[in-house]
Write a protein that binds this ligand. Structure first.
Ligand code: SF4
Ligand code: SF4
Length: 172
């Protein structure tokens, strides 16, 4: 089991004091969220999820938390360990766009400052350097590729500014 990132490690011993129907309403307005309440907890999504053994709150439990109106869902590691493979979405008998909802939950978590530090740092590194890591010439040589090409940082920054890479934080 990898180290879990979220502050909500599991339901064990956890008491949820309040249900927040407004939270459910907000999630239902996310892309994919319109069918949220159709979830009948069959857990077929979790049965096919490749990170189910890495998280302490499974994807079907995430869906339950959304329906019940539990904003604590934003503290779960499922949101960040999801590989966005779309298996759950493909398997859901109710046709719920689960993975798309997870994208929206990431944004919500980000705005509430609940993002793992590694993601925040990676985002800044991508903006500052245009890369998430420094490829080496020998790695490329092994693959039969030319040396590391020049990167025009002004152009990558323009691209990231257009895509709003740093915008979410400003909107908070
Ligand atoms: S597969 Fe669909 S209906 Fe079943 S628990 Fe997951 S989200 Fe709910
Ligand atoms: S998209 Fe995410 S939650 Fe769904 S099966 Fe893949 S890893 Fe699991």
């Amino acid at each position: 089991m990898t180290e879990a990132w979220g502050t909500l490690k599991s339901f064990a011993g956890k008491t949820f004091e309040t249900l927040d129907p407004e939270f459910t309403e907000r999630v239902s307005q996310l892309i994919g969220g319109q069918d949220l309440t159709a979830c009948f907890q069959c857990a077929k999504c979790s049965a096919g999820c490749p990170v189910s053994d890495k998280v302490n709150v499974q994807i079907h439990e995430v869906m339950r938390m959304l329906v019940l109106g539990l904003p604590e869902v934003l503290d779960t590691d499922m949101i960040w360990l999801c590989t966005t493979c779309y298996t759950c979405q493909e398997r859901c008998p109710q046709g719920i766009d689960i993975t798309d909802i997870l994208f929206g939950l990431k944004n919500m978590a980000f705005k509430r400052n609940k993002t793992p530090q590694g993601y925040v740092s990676s985002r800044q590194q991508l903006y500052d350097t245009g890369k998430l890591y420094q490829p080496t010439d020998w790695e490329r040589e092994d693959l039969g590729l030319d040396t590391v090409p020049h990167l025009d940082l002004d152009e990558t920054k323009k691209m990231f500014e257009k895509t709003g890479l740093l915008k979410l934080e400003e909107d908070d």
